[in-house]
Design a protein around this ligand. Structure first.
Ligand code: BTN
Length: 246
């Protein structure tokens, strides 16, 4: 079944819009909701997401699953991150990294973010709502955003947003479909290979606010980041429990 693309002239959040649509219609096929004018974008762990009118791409892919267990959600997050990274490389020549768990980084700055919301049916996944916010043509960001960067700031080019949104979505859909037929194998190795600061020395603030040195050792089956600290001890962190310091 072909994917359906739905352009929204303006919307508060494509993820929220997609979620309402699923509960009303239970779509059987893949749908992509996209806009260049998102007014109330949602970020990870309850944060706000800046979209900037007519500058950037905000989209949500409604992806229905069949016979996929809930515990594959970490693999799905990894596949989407890899797909976004690959699509950005093909579309722009920029080679970003994935910052755990699923930020898209160029050097030490954030180029894009991913927010996946899963709808379950017992122990199976029913739908994933895969939200992507990509900083494409923004020239100047508001001051409250910690360390943003856009593609145009990196390459000095403006990108056609419609084309960008469609190609980015189709790359994600293809990655998910192919990797599902391969039973998600090699996903973690591929993710680690493309992980920002993997196995290099990092400075970070831990759960108690203590500043430490260590290196990224792994991402475990729960999707937690495993750090080897300077005493050689392995400690795992959930999202929001650790902050990298630059
Ligand atoms: C993050 O890094 O915090 C995740 C940002 C995800 C933003 C996208 S934009 C499209 C979709 N709709 C939303 O409200 N959020 C996601």
């Amino acid at each position: 079944m072909a994917s359906e693309y739905i352009y929204l002239k303006t919307v508060d959040s494509t993820n929220a819009y997609a979620s309402k649509h699923i509960s009303k219609t239970n779509p059987q096929g893949i749908q992509v909701y996209y806009t260049f004018n998102q007014s109330g974008g949602k970020g990870q762990i309850g944060r706000e997401w800046f979209s900037g009118k007519d500058q950037n791409v905000s989209l949500s892919i409604v992806f229905p699953w069949k016979n996929v267990k809930v515990d594959q959600n970490i693999k799905i997050l990894m596949i989407v991150s890899l797909a976004v990274q690959a699509a950005v490389m093909v579309l722009t020549g920029v080679t970003p990294k994935i910052k755990w768990p699923n930020d898209i980084y160029h050097e030490d700055k954030k180029l894009g973010g991913i927010l996946i919301q899963n709808i379950l049916s017992g122990s199976n996944l029913n739908y994933s709502i895969i939200g992507i916010g990509m900083n494409v043509n923004t020239k100047r960001f508001p001051k409250w955003i910690p360390n943003p960067v856009s593609l145009t700031q990196i390459t000095d080019q403006d990108y056609e947003l419609e084309n960008f949104a469609r190609l980015l979505s189709s790359a994600i859909i293809q990655y998910l479909e192919i990797r599902k037929t391969q039973n998600f194998k090699t996903t973690k190795q591929d993710y680690l290979k493309n992980l920002y600061k993997y196995k290099t020395e990092i400075k970070y603030k831990d759960k108690k606010g203590v500043i430490k040195w260590g290196s990224i050792h792994d991402v475990n089956d729960n999707g937690h980041l495993v750090i080897k600290d300077s005493d050689g001890e392995l400690i795992s962190y959930d999202h929001g429990e650790i902050g990298l310091l630059f």
